[in-house]
Design a protein around this ligand. Structure first.
Ligand SMILES: [Zn+2]
Length: 213
């Protein structure tokens, strides 16, 4: 448990673009941890019992990791792997895992993103698409804005003939709190250019539901 935690934090720091990240992180982590100690006390907990002793620090580190997207520049991530290419057909990356946090309750929402674009002179390294999904997801979000931000970033940076983004997610604020609709999934979608045409959008939806294996 302890090891995994260290690895996660190390990974988080490693990806930060800010060179002063580490010093800033230490200050922010201490500050968040102090507040969380107060929150635990407010909840009536004994903050000195063994299981909770390091909890404020763990929560602070984990929160910093889960909101790491604020330190990342998604457009820059795309620009770092843009290649001139004449390919003019739909490129789809399906089933990208999404883990984000709703800004209303600070509870996780998670699911899958499907992203497509039609190149217009440039393609982008395929691995960069999941990376920008992460860069926008690791912030306080609403699913609708997350969907739009991914679409806008690809459209503005790559200038393709069209972009499509679909996200399907379960929200713990719906599943765990009063409403308790255990199996409800929220689906959001956002399109530009060619994908505004029925025929292109149908092709995209068909490809989404097709399976190779
Ligand atoms: Zn919520």
């Amino acid at each position: 448990m302890e090891e995994t935690e260290k690895e996660q934090v190390a990974l988080g720091n490693g990806q930060m673009s800010d060179k002063n990240g580490t010093q800033r992180d230490t200050q922010v982590i201490d500050s968040i941890a102090a507040r969380y100690k107060g929150i635990l006390e407010d909840l009536g907990e004994d903050v000195n019992r063994e299981g909770l002793e390091r909890t404020p620090m763990r929560v602070a580190k984990s929160l910093l990791f889960l909101t790491e997207g604020y330190q990342l520049n998604p457009a820059e991530i795309l620009r770092s792997a843009m290649f001139k290419e004449n390919h003019k057909h739909m490129v789809i990356i399906k089933d990208i895992e999404v883990y984000s946090m709703c800004e209303h309750h600070m509870l996780p929402f998670f699911g899958k993103a499907h992203v497509a674009y039609i190149p217009n002179g440039y393609i982008v390294g395929l691995s960069k698409i999941p990376r920008i999904v992460d860069a926008f997801a690791r912030r306080l979000q609403v699913q609708e804005r997350l969907t739009d931000q991914i679409k806008d970033c690809i459209q503005d940076t790559l200038n393709p003939l069209g972009v499509a983004v679909v996200i399907e997610a379960k929200h713990l604020c719906m599943l765990m709190r009063g409403i308790q609709k255990q199996n409800s999934v929220a689906t959001t979608s956002s399109f530009t250019g060619e994908f505004l045409k029925d025929s292109t959008r149908s092709e995209f939806i068909n490809l989404l539901s097709s399976k190779i294996s």
